[in-house]
Write a protein that binds this ligand. Structure first.
Ligand SMILES: Nc1ncnc2c1ncn2[C@@H]1O[C@H](COP(=O)(O)OP(=O)(O)OP(=O)(O)O)[C@@H](O)[C@H]1O
Length: 283
């Protein structure tokens, strides 16, 4: 870890992390290869990169989601190095520690809005993480908490009694975001939170992160190519290519002096000023 002796560890520390997916018990190729960085308290790190570059894998690992059953399921093995969230080492995480981790970590998966249980109302969906943690939690306090996060993501009260299929994609995305916030996290891991939905969700994501930042121990990792969101948040960026970080730093310096051909290509695709405007597809 790069943290100075005596100072509190950064909320997110990734140290020489390598990871592979397992298919039918056999390890596949490396999805991450020797990735290292820290996201200190108060910081937001934007992750950009090519398709298949390892962005979602990194987000899943940091959210403690090393395995998921069913369709679209996966089984990730940390095969080198480690990652720490709020000081919890993820490589050998026990179930108890994973619970502690998820309590403090909001994870918005790439398909979070599709993952919402169809047979539950928004009110039930928002309160479910609270009761999953503590069955005897006061019902009125849970309802108040649900209303607070609903308001934080800009949804009206009337949405509470609706089912996910009665909502627009953007509204479902807001519900997924609200649900991730209900336990009062200090770490946010968001995988493409603004992709493919209406632009007002982008403002909501920025507002929610700014609010969470009032917690001095808050840190966020946001996978997105939306530079306007990252600029508004004053984020640092890490560019991923083939499981490796090929660019790291503040947005302008990373793209102005690219250290890797992929970073130069991405800069052109994003149409960044001062660079050759020859557009090429990302990935
Ligand atoms: N469920 C899975 N099982 C096996 N391999 C996987 C699985 N998910 C991803 N991978 C592999 O891991 C590598 C990294 O994929 P990952 O989804 O993390 O990339 P990404 O940067 O998020 O891509 P995208 O921008 O397309 O979402 C790729 O080689 C991919 O094929």
């Amino acid at each position: 870890m790069k943290t100075q002796p005596g100072s509190a560890p950064a909320p997110i520390v990734v140290n020489d992390l390598s990871a592979q997916y397992r298919t039918k018990g056999h390890p596949g190729g490396y999805a991450l290869r020797g990735v290292s960085f820290e996201v200190k308290a108060g910081e937001v790190l934007g992750i950009l990169g090519e398709s298949g570059g390892g962005k979602s894998t990194l987000a899943r690992i940091l959210a403690g989601e090393l395995a998921r059953k069913g369709a679209g399921g996966y089984d990730i093995r940390i095969s080198g190095g480690d990652a720490y969230v709020n000081g919890v080492a993820l490589r050998t995480i026990s179930q108890g520690k994973r619970n502690r981790l998820t309590f403090h970590t909001a994870y918005l998966a790439q398909d979070a809005n599709d993952r919402l249980e169809r047979t539950e109302t928004v009110a039930e969906l928002l309160q479910q993480p609270i009761f999953a943690r503590d069955k005897r939690f006061d019902a009125e306090a849970a309802q108040t908490r649900a209303l607070t996060v609903l308001d934080a993501v800009g949804l009206p009260l009337a949405v509470m009694e609706k089912y996910p299929y009665e909502l627009s994609d953007g509204q479902r995305q807001r519900v997924a975001l609200a649900r991730s916030l209900v336990l009062g996290p200090n770490v946010l891991i968001a995988d493409e939170p603004t992709a493919g939905i209406d632009v007002t969700v982008r403002d909501t994501v920025v507002r929610v992160i700014e609010k969470l930042r009032e917690d001095p121990q808050f840190a966020a990792l946001v996978v997105t190519h939306d530079l306007s969101v990252l600029r508004q948040l004053g984020a640092q960026v890490a560019i991923m290519h083939d499981g490796v970080i090929v660019g790291y730093g503040d947005i302008d310096s990373v793209f102005r002096e690219p250290d890797h051909p992929y970073v130069a290509k991405l800069a052109r695709a994003l149409g960044l000023p001062g660079l050759d405007s020859n557009q090429e597809p990302i990935g």
